[in-house]
Design a protein around this ligand. Structure first.
Ligand SMILES: [Zn+2]
Length: 340
């Protein structure tokens, strides 16, 4: 069921990536590194539970009000009478053992805080006592837990994130053509220029201006590459194998030989900068009406040295050409008909 929050969250994902509205929502979620709302809520609840059970009782009121059966490191505990302040329920109160899940449907005789600790059980791996975190918040004479317990706390946080990624991949699988795994950190190419980063997002998602990525408005459009006409213009063809882009590829795209999900390109900033330069020069993935595809000259006279020409002669004649052009411009500006 789609809720208003889901709709708003998809707008956030689209705002993050600037992908088309027709981009599949699951792919959009993976590209933007923003999990679906239902998973994100569960993830945040787990983090909150872990924060509650691992905090010092003397500093966090919620921890001091955990069920009496909960095993903390410190003996401090809020008075049971103070639990009534958070209750607001009937006068009959049954404490819930912290290892017992909350009954479904929830009973009014159990406090919500009693079920919080139970959410953290899968990530503590059987610890008998909950360690403390945020030691800098403890009073000047802290009694810190052993380092092993503190390491286990951070390991539990890591396991919570891994659990989210596993559930994300299994409960919200993407289409067969999209194989990039979900991640919680922004993609490195997000730091590139805005227009280039958008082109990469769109081409990875399979919904872009490339000819092989038709939209629902034109499902029967010709998918062959408009520049070479040899193959469908897919992301891989446009970047790695299109013959009409070979000149720019050999000049700018050194080291980029794969664009698959495991390719080093997606984690290497130097390679991403080369890809960005290639996309910018060839206008790959840009609107065809804005940047019509052009074929580069077969003999780039102004950019590279002709074959067989010595380097010193090439540099000298280029310098001489610019000097002559500059001299002619200077003479033209000094002619009488430019004076008042
Ligand atoms: Zn081509």
């Amino acid at each position: 069921m789609t809720t208003g929050l889901d709709t708003f969250w998809r707008k956030v994902q689209r705002w993050t990536t600037n992908c088309f509205s027709a981009t599949p929502t699951r792919i959009l979620s993976v590209e933007s590194c923003l999990p679906p709302v239902s998973l994100l809520i569960t993830h945040r609840q787990r983090l909150a539970a872990l924060r509650v059970v691992c905090s010092p009782r003397s500093l966090k009121p919620a921890t001091a009000r955990l069920p009496p059966s909960f095993p903390p490191l410190s003996a401090h505990r809020a008075l049971d009478s103070s639990r009534a302040l958070t209750r607001g329920l009937s006068s009959v109160y049954l404490p819930l053992h912290w290892k017992t899940p909350r009954p479904v449907p929830p009973m009014r005789t159990h406090l919500p805080v009693d079920a919080v600790a139970h959410r953290a059980i899968p990530f503590t791996l059987g610890l008998s006592r909950m360690p403390m975190i945020n030691s800098h918040l403890v009073c000047p004479t802290p009694i810190l837990p052993p380092k092993s317990l503190m390491d286990s706390t951070y390991s539990a946080l890591k396991r919570v994130r891994e659990k989210l990624l596993v559930e994300w991949a299994s409960l919200f699988p993407t289409s067969g053509y999209y194989l990039h795994p979900p991640a919680l950190h922004p993609r490195p190419f997000m730091g590139l220029g805005k227009f280039v980063a958008v082109r990469i997002y769109e081409m990875r998602a399979g919904n872009s201006y490339l000819a092989a990525h038709p939209t629902w408005r034109s499902p029967d459009a010709d998918t062959s590459c408009p520049r070479c006409g040899l193959e469908p213009e897919t992301f891989e063809h446009a970047i790695l194998s299109c013959p009409s882009r070979q000149h720019s590829r050999s000049r700018l795209l050194h080291g980029v030989t794969d664009i698959g999900p495991e390719a080093p390109l997606w984690s290497s900033l130097p390679l991403l900068k080369r890809l960005a330069a290639f996309i910018g020069v060839t206008s790959t993935g840009f609107p065809p009406t804005m940047f019509p595809p052009t074929t580069p000259p077969s003999s780039p006279r102004f950019l590279s040295r002709p074959p067989g020409c010595p380097l010193r002669s090439f540099v000298f004649f280029r310098w001489l050409r610019y000097r002559v052009v500059g001299l002619l411009f200077f003479i033209l500006c000094r002619l009488p008909f430019f004076d008042d």
